[in-house]
Design a protein around this ligand. Structure first.
Ligand code: PGA
Length: 258
């Protein structure tokens, strides 16, 4: 069985690991799954570990991602980091609009949109995160919330740029809670996202965009999630901090790629 798009397994280390610890974990992941090329594998450390992890990643087929960036190219934005600075360290991806940033840092769809456009302009592939809260799910508002977030994040993105986009569906209630959406629940939302993308960019471009699932993905549930036709990878938090667990998820994607 093979999947329509190349899987992307992206680790989101969140605010964990200093630069030395990050390099060590990257080395362990590289030893396990750093040579294969069938699945894209990306590690997203904190800003302070980007450079040390970059050095490890660059000697393998692993890719580097960041967890956030500022939308402006440079200037008086104390504490911020630009897309160009990430590119300079050979980052390929940047996670944007993670629900933790929406909740704790006040990121709106407009800000996520500005960051998405800035990332694409700098040749960084944005991993745009969307997802409903438990309250929104229980109120039957999933489609409305997802539509607002997807369309809001992608205003002004051209069809030519769309192939560099990645969307991550992360139901907020499943993040770090051990509660995973069932493969069927996730697939239903992924299919909706693909049809929204098709409305924005046409079916051909939408078919090339990878849509990741995130929220308590681990080796035990990865096979069933990744086997869904519109689930093209994972954004992994907790399980990305353990080399064996993270590599196990990559192995699931490898198996399904054959
Ligand atoms: P989790 O985090 O795998 O720990 O649920 C996923 C994420 O927040 O990206």
């Amino acid at each position: 069985m093979s999947h329509a798009r190349k899987y992307l397994i992206a680790g989101n280390w969140k605010m964990n690991l200093n630069s030395a610890e990050g390099a060590e974990l990257a080395q362990d992941v590289a030893s396990l799954v750093g040579q294969q090329t069938e699945v894209s594998v990306c590690l997203s450390p904190t800003y302070t570990a980007l450079e040390s992890v970059s050095k490890v990643v660059n000697k393998s087929n692993l890719l580097l991602g960041a967890q956030n960036m500022h939308q402006e190219a440079a200037g008086a934005y104390t504490g911020e980091i630009s897309a160009e600075m990430l590119r300079h360290l050979f980052a390929s991806f940047v996670i944007l609009g993670h629900s933790e940033r929406r909740e704790y840092c006040g990121e709106t769809d407009t800000i996520v949109n500005e960051k998405t456009l800035a990332a694409l302009a700098a040749n960084l592939k944005p991993i745009v995160c969307v997802g409903e809260t438990l309250e929104e799910r229980e109120a039957g508002r999933i489609s409305e919330v997802i539509k607002t977030q997807v369309q809001g994040a992608l205003v002004g993105v051209t069809t030519a740029q769309a192939e560099n986009l990645v969307i991550a569906y992360e139901p907020v209630w499943a993040i770090g809670t051990g509660k995973t959406a069932t493969p069927e629940m996730a697939e239903a939302v992924h299919a909706e996202i693909r049809s929204l993308l098709s409305g924005l960019f046409g079916a051909e471009a939408a078919d090339k965009i990878r849509i990741l699932y995130g929220g308590s993905m681990k080796p035990e549930n990865a096979d069933d999630l990744l086997a869904q036709p519109n689930i093209d990878g994972g954004l992994i938090g907790g399980a990305a901090l353990k080399a064996n667990a993270f590599a196990g998820i990559v192995e699931s994607a490898l198996k399904l790629s054959k």
